[in-house]
Structure formats: structure tokens, C-alpha cells
Design a protein around this ligand. Structure first.
Ligand SMILES: *[C@@H]1O[C@H](CO)[C@@H](O)[C@H](O)[C@H]1NC(C)=O
Ligand SMILES: *[C@@H]1O[C@H](CO)[C@@H](O)[C@H](O)[C@H]1NC(C)=O
Ligand SMILES: *[C@@H]1O[C@H](CO)[C@@H](O)[C@H](O)[C@H]1NC(C)=O
Ligand SMILES: *[C@@H]1O[C@H](CO)[C@@H](O)[C@H](O)[C@H]1NC(C)=O
Ligand SMILES: *[C@@H]1O[C@H](CO)[C@@H](O)[C@H](O)[C@H]1NC(C)=O
Ligand SMILES: *[C@@H]1O[C@H](CO)[C@@H](O)[C@H](O)[C@H]1NC(C)=O
Ligand SMILES: *[C@@H]1O[C@H](CO)[C@@H](O)[C@H](O)[C@H]1NC(C)=O
Ligand SMILES: *[C@@H]1O[C@H](CO)[C@@H](O)[C@H](O)[C@H]1NC(C)=O
Ligand SMILES: *[C@@H]1O[C@H](CO)[C@@H](O)[C@H](O)[C@H]1NC(C)=O
Ligand SMILES: *[C@@H]1O[C@H](CO)[C@@H](O)[C@H](O)[C@H]1NC(C)=O
Ligand SMILES: *[C@@H]1O[C@H](CO)[C@@H](O)[C@H](O)[C@H]1NC(C)=O
Length: 736
């Protein structure tokens, strides 16, 4: 019996478990021979292995291919993970020679070095032949502990089946644990002499079961032996003969050098093995040989469909918040804990919320569009386009079309604190434009529907009026339902305010009053005759006459004004105007004419002279019309009663007062025909002023120069009317 020094091997299943990264040798040592990895404790050469039994010879075969050998056997694989080694085993045979009728046996025995044992789980004693009885036994000692055999017989060649090793052409049997040594022999009485026609030899070998598959040709030919020159067999190896517990006591000899490694007692006889701890990989026999596995980078081996995090010796795989399930070998899905109804509700609610949001967006866009459309419609309705054309066509027009945004900005969104005045027609705001220009912004309450389309055109005409005593129209905004007008800002309030609220008219001389009357009359005369086309103001009253810082009158508010229509039939049928100022003829005919303005002016003139309102209350609490009272007073020669005491005291020339009153009376003639034109009124007033001006100037020229010299610079203000009443001697006057 030949005792082979030792051998090694690995199993087929091991293939799956050995990872290339696990193989590593000592520093400066080769880690492989040919295609076989040689991990420590194995090594090529004496100083590279842990012990003699782990020494590997790496030598070339006849073809020059490097092959590892241990003793005489060729090593096929080394597995650290399972502590196994695979090597090529010898196949025993028994052949019959018909020539000299003899049997040629090839018995076999094998001794493994200390620390190696045949794997009882991976190997099987395998016998091939059609008339064969082969034995395997432990003939080591005089008292044999182990001996068994396997018989294979064929009734015919055809009874054999490929891949079927069940005693017909092939048989196999298990071996016990801890086998370190075995012998193989044949029973000579079971020979192939009888079946020599198709089978000459029988075979027997201890080999890895997984790598064997019976072929019928193995019986009839020498394929089985010639194929690989041997059969792979698996042996288990250990690094020490003691148990783990014992081995750990002697630290210098303890083989599991790496951190995160563990010791395992061999399951096939005495001794122990090392293995990397869970979650680590590498060579546990080397210092720092076991390395942490980055599980998250190896999704195939360590599946994770959730959020993966590598940890020392493991990893964490969790489902994202709000989801549940098994992220390792399943998938994450929305948390199942919520009842179906709740989930449904959440789904429906979020859908509805989204839908509402969308609808709101669409609605807002629609609203904006509508608003823009409405703005455009208003603009068009108010004749904005024609106006624009006209403005662009003509040069030197200082007229601006404002947007509603600009207006809102200028008035602080129509702030209450910006209100200058309120009236039946609308509200006037103080506005500050972007260029810091102060303007008056008039927001009307309504607009005459029939006149809508003409509006732009009318505005253009009004904008072209350029008279120092008429409040200038600077621009408009047509984007709104009722157009907003932008006027020049006049700082000192209305004449009405001056006369009736501030009551400061009493400090105004007759000359100053005449000046205000003249300025107003001049403005109206301009509207009636110079403007093209002529314009009827339609609502002349003291609250529509503004005063600037020098008390120069400026006629304003064309809210009721009318262009004089070419066709007289078009005359307005709507009675407009203010009580106390209304032309009685207009009330009867409903025909607004220039003479209506003259009547209204007459009332304003009376207010200036008397300091009384157009409609006022006497002590008797009886409502009185100023015009009627005046006419009555004229008739009854009681003028001094009705005139302002200041006027009465100031002027001694009764004839002069009478002339003034006469003019007022003419203006208030019940018949329009009997009234003078506005131009005549203005001329008359001018004449009356100049008549007295001379003497006033004569008497007061020194005071005037000292008091008003500076104020009058370049202002075009007639200073002669501005001096105060104290300078003039008081006189009792009477108008006849
Ligand atoms: C074992 O060795 C055989 C032959 O050398 C080779 O084909 C096989 O891939 C090896 N298995 C492993 C797991 O290394
Ligand atoms: C092994 O190491 C020893 C000393 O450590 C040395 O004497 C010997 O030459 C080495 N052998 C080889 C083959 O390197
Ligand atoms: C070593 O550990 C790995 C897993 O870490 C395991 O698959 C393998 O079977 C272990 N080896 C032995 C011999 O128990
Ligand atoms: C069988 O025996 C004869 C005669 O002794 C010999 O010549 C021949 O080589 C043998 N055959 C085998 C296969 O050994
Ligand atoms: C048959 O031949 C073989 C070799 O050819 C020889 O070893 C054997 O002894 C022979 N047997 C007999 C009975 O001659
Ligand atoms: C082993 O022992 C048995 C009987 O005990 C014997 O028949 C057989 O020939 C022996 N085998 C070897 C190889 O010595
Ligand atoms: C086996 O028996 C023989 C004699 O029968 C004896 O000489 C030998 O020492 C024994 N061997 C063992 C290992 O006991
Ligand atoms: C067994 O397989 C071989 C090829 O592998 C084939 O030639 C032979 O016919 C098969 N035998 C049987 C009984 O199927
Ligand atoms: C071969 O086997 C037969 C019986 O099957 C037997 O008679 C014969 O002696 C055997 N031959 C040898 C050489 O042992
Ligand atoms: C450890 O092993 C070494 C070498 O085998 C030996 O010299 C030493 O005495 C042992 N120590 C213990 C505590 O067993
Ligand atoms: C994988 O799923 C199976 C059942 O499908 C379960 O028994 C097993 O524990 C799961 N494995 C892990 C790692 O979750």
C-alpha cells in the first residue's frame, strides 16, 4: 500500500461560496499557482505557510502549465470559508486479461497528513463495473474499525442507465466521519471474464459525489480513467488539533489573527477553523484580514429596495417614511396600517384640493382677462381710440391718457385723506403723479349713457381749451366705467368756500370782487365765443369757480357742460344744474343755451356782492332765492339792505354801485333774449373796474407798491384789486 503524504481538495458547492476577495497570502508571498488561489494559512514555500502541512509546491507539468502539489497529489481548490480542499484522487481498477486469463488488480491506499480528513458529506465511495465487488476499509490497525463494500452487477449491457448509480453498472456508498486513511481492494471472484465481450475492467474510487455522473461508456471503455487522470475528492482541514476554547488560551498560537473573526470547532474530527464574523469578509488568518462588506454596493447579494445604509458588520435597509413592507426581499409600499377608507379619503381629498387649485388658477386667469377686456371695452366705449388718434395726429397737445393703475397710485387708492371735495357729480381727489406734479383727480359717479361714445372726442376739445381763468384738463382715464378726469391743481379752494364758509370775502374790496367776477366772466365768454366749437358750461356756480394762491378765479367742472350741438334738436332734455342758479327759461324749455350760463353767472355775481348764498335763510327761517330777493330789492330801492356791508361802507359813489347792480339785474332777466352775452358782461365788468381803478390807484399807489410789489412779479396778477378795505374810506351807498 502506498501512503501518499497528503492531499487536498475542495468541493463543487464550494465554488459558490469562495469569493476571490477572500484569497490573500502573507506579504511577499504568491497568492496563487496557475489558476488556483493559495490563501494563507496555505502558502508556496516554507516561510509562506502557517505549517508544513499547508506548504504547497508550485511546479510545471509537461505542458509547462503551473500546478500546485501537496506531496504527490495535485490540488484543485482551496476554500477558507469551509475549511476544505479539493485534490485529484487515484482511481483503482481490476481488469481481466483474456490472453493469459489473469486478473490485473490495482489496489490503492491513501494516508492524509494530520489535520486533514475526508469529507463524509461531499464524498462517496464509487464503484463502476458489471461484475464487480470493491471494498473500502481502514486496514490501519490490527483491529479494523471500518470496512465496507459495494457490488455492481449487470444482467445485460442494456440494463444500464446514464446518470443512474444504483447498483446496475455503478454503485456508491457513504463513508464515515473522521476518515484519515483508507484502502481499496477488489474481490477477484467478481471478475469480467464472463462479460469480457463488452467489459474488461472494473473501477473503484473515493470521490466527490457532486462531480460524478454515471455514463454507460465507463463500463465498456476506459473513459472514466482517461478523462481527467483521476477523480476529485474533498478533504476538510483544520488549523490546530485543539478545540477553539483551548486554542484561544494560547494567543501566540491562535490562528484567527484578524479582528472581527471567529473560531469554529471542526465538525469532522478534532481541531478548529477560523471564519470572518457576519458582515465581514476576507482572510481571518491574517491581521486585519476581515474587512467590512459594503452591502449597499452589492444589491444583488444584499437586496434592498428601500433606503440602504452600510454599517460596521451589517447594513440597514429601511422603507422611506410613510411606507412599509419588506425592503430587503420585498418592496416598499404605502403604509398598510392606514385603513383603506382613510387612504381613499386622503387620495380623494388631495385630488379635490388639486382640482380646486387648478380651477382657482383658471378662474384667476379668466378674471384677469375679463378685467382687461372690460378695461378695453370701457376705453373703446369712451372713444379712447379716436382720442388717441387725435392726440397722435396733432402736435403740441399736452394731454395724457392715464391707466387706472397710475390713477390709483397717484391718489393712494382713492384715499379718504386725499379728498378735496365731494359733490353731486362725484369726488375730487388730490393726486401726486410720478413726476411729483400735483393734480386734481375727479371721479364722477355716473355718465350720460347717450354721450358715452362722444366722450373721448369731447375730452379732446376740452383739453384744447387754454385760458388762464379756466382750470386746465390735463388728461383722463377711460379704462373705467365712468371716466376719471385729471385737472390742474388749484390751491385756494372754491369761491363758495371763500364767501360762505371762510367768510373772508368781507375783507375783499369791491375792486377785488369785481376782478374775480371779471375773470370768471372772461372765462365763460371765452367758452361761448372763442372756443371751437363753443361750449356751454351748464353749471356755473360759486363752488365751480376755484381760486389760486393769488385769488385769481378759475372756472372749473365741465361735468354738465355741453358742446353747442350743430343740430339744435339735440339739445339736452335732462335738466341739470344747481338750485338757485337755474335759468328759469331753461326750466321751462329744457333748452340749455349760452344765456343760461349768463343767468347763473348773475347769481354768482350777486353772491360776490352780497355775501349771501344763492338760496339762503332769513331770520324768519324762510327759504329765499337770492336772485328774487335782489330783484325785489332793486325794485323797492332797498339795495343797501341786501349788499354786503363792506361794499356798502366802502363805496361812496352810489351811481357806480347802481351801475354794477344794473349789470347783475340784466344778467338775471327772466327772458334769455333780454340778457347780455357773456362777452358783453365781461366787457362791462372790465369797464366798471377801470372806471374806479384809476382813482383807487391814485389814492393807494404807495401802499400797493410796498405791500404787493413782490407778489406781483411775473404773475400777471392785477395788483390793483388786491389791496384791503381798510385803506378805503367807508361810505354809505345805495343802489337805485
Ligand atoms: C476549483 O478547481 C477547478 C479546477 O482547477 C476549477 O475549474 C474550479 O473553478 C475551481 N473552483 C473554485 C471555486 O475555485
Ligand atoms: C525562511 O525564513 C528563515 C528565517 O526566518 C530563513 O532562514 C530561511 O532562509 C527562509 N526560507 C526561505 C525559503 O525563504
Ligand atoms: C463562515 O461564515 C460564512 C458567513 O459569514 C458562512 O457562510 C460559512 O458557512 C462559515 N463557514 C463555516 C465553516 O462555518
Ligand atoms: C495479456 O496477456 C498477454 C500475454 O501474457 C500480454 O501479452 C498482454 O499484454 C496482456 N494484456 C494486458 C492488457 O495486460
Ligand atoms: C499474464 O500477463 C501479465 C502481464 O502481461 C503477467 O503480469 C501475468 O503474470 C500473466 N499471468 C499468467 C497467469 O501468466
Ligand atoms: C484488509 O483486510 C482484509 C481483511 O481484514 C483483507 O482481506 C484485505 O486484503 C486487506 N487489504 C489490504 C490492502 O491489506
Ligand atoms: C499487529 O499484530 C502483529 C502480530 O499479530 C504485531 O506484531 C503488531 O505489532 C500489531 N500491530 C499493532 C499496531 O498493534
Ligand atoms: C449514455 O450517454 C452516451 C453519451 O453521453 C450515449 O452515447 C449513450 O447511448 C447513452 N446510453 C444510454 C443507455 O442512454
Ligand atoms: C473469475 O471468476 C470465475 C467465477 O466467476 C472464477 O471461476 C475464476 O477463477 C475467476 N478467475 C480468476 C483469475 O480468479
Ligand atoms: C503556546 O504555544 C507555544 C508554542 O507551541 C508554547 O511554547 C507555549 O508554551 C504555549 N503557551 C501556553 C500558555 O500554552
Ligand atoms: C424574505 O421573505 C421570506 C418570506 O417571503 C421571509 O421568511 C424571510 O425572513 C425574508 N428575509 C428577510 C431577510 O427579510
Amino acid at each position: 500500500m502506498e501512503a501518499l503524504p497528503l492531499l487536498v481538495l475542495a468541493t463543487a458547492t464550494m465554488r459558490l461560496l469562495v469569493s476571490p476577495a477572500a484569497a490573500s497570502a502573507l506579504p511577499g508571498c504568491r497568492s496563487s499557482c496557475g489558476r488556483v488561489d493559495i490563501p494563507y494559512p496555505f502558502g508556496i514555500g516554507s516561510n509562506c505557510s502557517k505549517a508544513v502541512i499547508f506548504e504547497i509546491d508550485c511546479s510545471r507539468d509537461d505542458n509547462g502549465v503551473e500546478k500546485p502539489f501537496q506531496g504527490d497529489v495535485e490540488v484543485l481548490n482551496i476554500s477558507l470559508l469551509h475549511g476544505q480542499l479539493r485534490f485529484l484522487n487515484h482511481i483503482s481498477s481490476q481488469c481481466y486479461n483474456a490472453s493469459n486469463k489473469s486478473i490485473i488488480p490495482d489496489d490503492w491506499s491513501l494516508d492524509l497528513p494530520t489535520g486533514y480528513r475526508f469529507s463524509d458529506t461531499h464524498n462517496k465511495f464509487t464503484v463502476i463495473g458489471c461484475q464487480t465487488l470493491a471494498y473500502i476499509g481502514d486496514n490501519d490497525s490490527n483491529v479494523s474499525t471500518y470496512e465496507t463494500g459495494c457490488v455492481s452487477v449487470c444482467r445485460s449491457e442494456q440494463s444500464m442507465r446514464n446518470g443512474s448509480c444504483v447498483g446496475i453498472g455503478c454503485c456508491e456508498t457513504s463513508i464515515p466521519k473522521g476518515l484519515e486513511h483508507y484502502e481499496v481492494w477488489f474481490d477477484a471472484d467478481f471478475n469480467t471474464s464472463g462479460i469480457y465481450s463488452f467489459s474488461h475492467c472494473s473501477y473503484a474510487v473515493l470521490m466527490e459525489a457532486a462531480s460524478f455522473r454515471f455514463q454507460t461508456s465507463y463500463v465498456t471503455t476506459d473513459d472514466f480513467v482517461s478523462k481527467n487522470g483521476g477523480a476529485p475528492v474533498v478533504v476538510d482541514w483544520v488549523v490546530g488539533g485543539e478545540t477553539c476554547e483551548e486554542a484561544k488560551r494560547n494567543e501566540s498560537e491562535y490562528a484567527c489573527k484578524s479582528e472581527n473573526s471567529e473560531c469554529l470547532d471542526s465538525i469532522n474530527g478534532p481541531g478548529y477553523l477560523c471564519n470572518c464574523s457576519r458582515g465581514y469578509r476576507g482572510n481571518p488568518y491574517l491581521l486585519d484580514g476581515c474587512q467590512d462588506i459594503d452591502e449597499c454596493a452589492e444589491k444583488e447579494q444584499y437586496p434592498c429596495t428601500g433606503v440602504c445604509r452600510n454599517l460596521a458588520g451589517g447594513y440597514r435597509c429601511l422603507c422611506p417614511p410613510g411606507t412599509g413592507g419588506n425592503p430587503v426581499n420585498g418592496t416598499c409600499y404605502p403604509d398598510q396600517k392606514l385603513p383603506m377608507a382613510v387612504k381613499l379619503a386622503i387620495g380623494i381629498c388631495s385630488s379635490i384640493a388639486f382640482l380646486l387649485f387648478c380651477i382657482m388658477c383658471i378662474y384667476m386667469i379668466y378674471q384677469r382677462k375679463q378685467l382687461r377686456k372690460m378695461k378695453e371695452r370701457h376705453f373703446k366705449e369712451h372713444g379712447g381710440w379716436q382720442l388717441l388718434e387725435e392726440i397722435n395726429g396733432k402736435q403740441g397737445i399736452i394731454f395724457k391718457i392715464f391707466t387706472i393703475k397710475e390713477i390709483e397710485k397717484a391718489t393712494h387708492n382713492f384715499d379718504k385723506n386725499r379728498v378735496l371735495g365731494r359733490g353731486g357729480h362725484g369726488t375730487v381727489y388730490k393726486g401726486i403723479l410720478q413726476d411729483n406734479h400735483v393734480v386734481a383727480i375727479k371721479k364722477s359717479k355716473f355718465i350720460d349713457e347717450s354721450q358715452k361714445n362722444e366722450y373721448g372726442k369731447e375730452l379732446l376739445i376740452l383739453s384744447q381749451i387754454n385760458h388762464k381763468n379756466i382750470v386746465k384738463l390735463l388728461g383722463c382715464c377711460l379704462e373705467v366705467d365712468v371716466p376719471i378726469l385729471v385737472y390742474e391743481f388749484v390751491s385756494n379752494g372754491t369761491l363758495f368756500h371763500l364767501i360762505h364758509e371762510k367768510r373772508s370775502i368781507s375783507s375783499f374790496s369791491l375792486g377785488a370782487r369785481l376782478k374775480i367776477a371779471y375773470d370768471s366772466a372772461d372765462a365763460l365768454a371765452y367758452l361761448h365765443s372763442t372756443a371751437s366749437p363753443p361750449i356751454i358750461h351748464g353749471d356755473v356756480k360759486s363752488s365751480n369757480i376755484l381760486l389760486d394762491e393769488n385769488y385769481v378765479a378759475k372756472v372749473s367742472d365741465f361735468g354738465a357742460s355741453k358742446l353747442v350741438p350743430k343740430d339744435k334738436d339735440q339739445l339736452a332734455t335732462l335738466v341739470q344744474g344747481t338750485c338757485g342758479y337755474l335759468d328759469p327759461e331753461y326750466l321751462q324749455t329744457c333748452k340749455l343755451t349760452e344765456k343760461s350760463d349768463v343767468y347763473s353767472f348773475g347769481v354768482v355775481f350777486l353772491e360776490l356782492l352780497t355775501g349771501k348764498k344763492a338760496v339762503y335763510f332769513e331770520e324768519s327761517e324762510e327759504e329765499r332765492s337770492l336772485a328774487l330777493t335782489f330783484m325785489l330789492a332793486m325794485k323797492e330801492n332797498r339795495l343797501s339792505e341786501i349788499l354786503d356791508s363792506q361794499v356798502r361802507d366802502e363805496e361812496e359813489d352810489i351811481e357806480y354801485i347802481r351801475q354794477i347792480c344794473e349789470l347783475a339785474k340784466r344778467c338775471l332777466n327772466v327772458s334769455g333774449e333780454g340778457r347780455p352775452t357773456m362777452k358783453e358782461v365781461a366787457e362791462e365788468l372790465d369797464k366798471l373796474r377801470k372806471l374806479k381803478q384809476h382813482s383807487w390807484v391814485q389814492r393807494n399807489v404807495e401802499e400797493i407798491e410796498t405791500e404787493f410789489g413782490e407778489a406781483s412779479n411775473g404773475q400777471g396778477v392785477d395788483t390793483t384789486i388786491d389791496y384791503t378795505s381798510e385803506k378805503i374810506s367807508a361810505l354809505n351807498i345805495e343802489c337805485r
